[in-house]
Every structure is written in structure tokens, then in C-alpha cells.
Ligand binder design. Structure first.
Ligand SMILES: Nc1ncnc2c1ncn2[C@@H]1O[C@H](COP(=O)(O)OP(=O)(O)OP(=O)(O)O)[C@@H](O)[C@H]1O
Length: 311
């Protein structure tokens, strides 16, 4: 369990993290979302005692990180995958980490095997690709077999097979009862991985909720309907207060108002054949973009306006 209470970090006058309070619970993957500069890395650094809060506190298993007697056995973290000694081999890097933290040497081979680096274990990490570096960072996080794992952008630089591997790894770590806290800008990936979300913007809490609630509460549910008698159905639905718009240019209808069951019932009552009746919610990306739009610090120009000229 990680608990933050009024956690605040200021650099000069500017708050990077502003009065954050949250709990990250065991047994679930908690996603940590926020635009660039929102304060995610600063929060993670404070959890690990690498930065001190200006106000408030954050506890790991009930204690500040600095007071943990065997930190690597309680918390494993991947913050900066390139933060390793390039002249050492992966095996040597992990062995040094194990020996300086009282972790049995045999864990080194175990974690190398878990992350798929056994074949290159004796090679210098200087020649590692970004993806191999990420895997080694994850091996370091797993070395002490900790109950809490934190990953800052773990899928950075990974190929599709690597991304799938990380997704399954995080889910299986959570299903073993561990606390898994992960930041990512890849919304589609987060939607598949996280059960719970903490969303921040400009250092402040925007949402602390389950993935399902975050999407359902912040998006208007609608139904996509396809029927050979679409015009007649649209008329009937409109009479019941439905709002009907075309679903792209596919000939389908996008209906808000009556829910999926009500639409099916109306169609059945009037003997209208349905070829599709699908409830739809917004994607995590759509909801996230809408909720964080006011908290975006570094905004891009619209395509075509990069040089400030409108065509
Ligand atoms: N050492 C520092 N000195 C001054 N300002 C800092 C320092 N570290 C972070 N900041 C500022 O604090 C704010 C939060 O930064 P942080 O790196 O925590 O955001 P983030 O959410 O991790 O962003 P990203 O998604 O881009 O990694 C930013 O405005 C950043 O410029």
C-alpha cells in the first residue's frame, strides 16, 4: 500500500505536485495518468525518497521510504531505464544490486529468466537496445521480490511483443496480491492494463477512480444500430426522445437516449429487423483528453498550423 496525504512539491514558486492525497492498493494495477509536466515523475520520486516533499507526506507500507529497513524487498521501481552502469554486464549489474541489498544471488538468474535476458546476461549493457534496457530495469525492480512495484513509462521503446509481455506481467503481479503503480501516456495500453486510475493535471488530483467508472461517468453512452429499415426505426426512436445521428458513413445509426434494451424492444414491437445493436462507451483516450484539456501545459499546434499560418 502507498498512501499520500497532502503531498506537495514546489520548485521555486511553482508547485510541481499540489496537495495530492491518494491510496494505491494491493491486488490491482493502478494507472497514473497526466499530461507532460503534470507531476507524475516527481510524485514517484517522492514515494521513493529521491525527492523530499515541501509539505505533506507519502508512506510505503505505513512508513516513509527512507525508514524501510530493506527497501528493495518492499518496493521495486523502474524510473529511468538508462540509469545503469554501461560497462557492466546485465548479470553483473543485478549481482551488485543483489549483494548490496542482502538479496540471495540466485534471484539474479531468476529475474533474468523472467524478463527474457538470459541469453544476453553476460553482455555489456552499453550495447543494449532501449527495449533490452527496459527489461533490465524491470529485472532490477523484481530482484527483491517486492510487494509494491512502480513503473514509470515501462512500455517506452518496446516492440508489440514487449508491450504485450509487460501488460501480462503487470496483471500477473497484481493477481499475486502485489501493489502495481504504473504511469504511461499510451492510453490504449493503459485501458487494457489498469483496473484503477489516478489522474493528475498541473500537480493536482483530477480523478481517483476505477477504470470502468472513469469511462462510464465521463462519457455519454450511446448505441450503434444497423437495420434494413433504418428510416422507420429512426422515426420511432425519435418519437421516444432518442437523438439519432448517422454513424460515420456506414449506414448505421448512433442513438443516445433510449438504452440498448429499449431500442431492441421498440424494434421488436414493430417487427423491425436489426443487423447490429451495440452499446458503446468512449475510449479511455477520449475521456482522458476531455478531462485534462484544461490542465495541459505544453500544447501542440493543430496539424497544418505549425508555422502559424492558416491555409
Ligand atoms: N528538478 C526540478 N527543478 C525544477 N522544476 C522541476 C524539477 N523536476 C520537475 N520540475 C517541474 O515540475 C513539473 C512536473 O514535472 P514531472 O517530471 O514530475 O512531470 P511528469 O508528469 O512526470 O511529466 P512527463 O509526462 O513529461 O514525464 C514540471 O513543470 C517540471 O518542469
Amino acid at each position: 500500500m502507498i498512501e499520500a496525504q497532502g503531498l506537495t512539491k514546489r520548485y521555486g514558486d511553482k508547485p510541481a505536485v499540489d496537495q495530492l492525497s491518494f491510496r494505491i492498493r494491493p491486488g490491482t494495477v493502478t494507472g497514473f495518468l497526466g499530461p507532460n509536466g503534470a507531476g507524475k515523475s516527481t510524485t514517484m520520486r517522492m514515494i521513493l525518497g529521491l525527492d523530499s516533499p515541501t509539505a505533506g507526506h507519502v508512506l510505503v507500507n505505513g512508513r516513509p521510504y527512507r525508514h524501510l529497513s530493506a527497501p528493495l524487498r518492499e518496493v521495486g521501481a523502474l524510473l529511468d531505464a538508462k540509469a545503469m552502469h554501461g560497462g557492466r554486464s546485465a548479470h553483473h549489474h543485478l549481482l551488485c544490486l543483489a549483494q548490496s541489498n542482502g538479496i540471495p544471488n540466485r534471484r539474479v538468474d531468476d529475474v533474468l529468466n523472467m524478463v527474457g535476458l538470459t541469453a544476453v546476461a553476460k553482455k555489456r549493457t552499453k550495447g543494449f537496445s532501449l527495449g533490452m534496457g527496459q527489461r533490465l530495469g524491470i529485472a532490477s525492480a523484481l530482484l527483491g521480490d517486492p510487494g509494491i512495484l512502480m513503473f514509470d513509462e515501462p512500455v517506452n521503446g518496446l516492440d508489440p511483443e514487449g508491450i504485450l509481455w509487460i501488460r501480462n506481467l503487470m496483471k500477473s503481479l497484481a493477481s499475486e496480491g502485489r501493489t502495481v503503480f504504473v504511469s504511461s501516456h499510451l492510453m490504449s495500453e493503459m485501458e487494457l492494463t489498469a483496473d484503477h486510475l489516478i489522474v493528475i493535471g498541473q500537480g493536482r488530483l483530477i480523478a481517483d477512480t476505477s477504470m470502468r467508472d472513469f469511462i462510464e461517468r465521463n462519457s455519454t453512452a450511446h448505441t450503434v444500430v444497423r437495420s434494413p429499415q433504418a428510416d422507420k426505426l429512426a422515426e420511432l426512436l425519435a418519437a421516444k426522445g432518442g437523438r439519432i445521428t448517422p454513424e460515420g458513413d456506414t449506414g448505421g445509426l448512433r442513438v443516445t437516449g433510449p438504452d440498448t434494451a429499449a431500442i431492441g424492444d421498440i424494434a421488436a414491437e414493430h417487427g423491425i429487423a436489426l443487423h447490429e445493436l451495440s452499446p458503446r462507451f468512449a475510449s479511455l483516450e477520449e475521456v482522458y483528453m476531455r478531462l485534462t484539456q484544461d490542465a495541459v501545459e505544453y500544447r501542440s499546434n493543430r496539424p497544418g498550423r505549425i508555422h502559424g499560418s492558416e491555409g
